[in-house]
Write a protein of this length. Structure first.
Length: 140
């Protein structure tokens, strides 16, 4: 895959023969059409794909939280990509063939936090969690 700026006729997207042009995060790319795979995936590939699938599907509904919590640590990656790579090895446990998420090990934010005191933590019926806290910094 190669990056290009202002090709002979500018950027293009789509397919011409076996060449594909695309754009991601404002960067234009040109690459060849991927080969078709005939071989079945190995057990290691199946395990890796299952881990990636569970992490990405679990984080998808948390995108707005992740964008806030990891906005300062993403470098060249998006916040979602950073969260997936951060949690892929530390928060996923594979027992047998089925990967699961080890919730205490999940990282949703990095950086300094304001001091606060949790006054109430309630689990609601509709798969939601309500957290109320008192800002301890206001009393310092």
């Amino acid at each position: 895959m190669g990056k290009y700026k202002n090709g002979i006729n500018g950027a293009f997207s789509g397919k011409i023969g076996n060449i594909v042009g695309a754009s991601s995060h404002g960067v234009d790319y040109i690459r060849s059409v991927p080969d078709f795979r005939i071989d079945k995936p190995t057990p290691a590939q199946q395990k890796h794909r299952a881990k990636f699938g569970i992490v990405s599907s679990w984080f998808k509904p948390l995108k707005s939280v992740i964008e806030i919590g990891l906005q300062h640590k993403k470098d060249a990656k998006t916040s979602m990509n950073f969260a997936i790579s951060l949690n892929f090895n530390c928060a996923v446990v594979v027992e047998g063939q089925d990967p699961t998420i080890d919730f205490p090990k999940v990282i949703l934010s990095i950086g300094e936090l304001f001091i606060s005191v949790v006054s109430e933590f309630t689990s609601t019926v509709k798969q939601r969690v309500l957290v109320e806290w008192i800002d301890a910094n206001a009393s310092l």
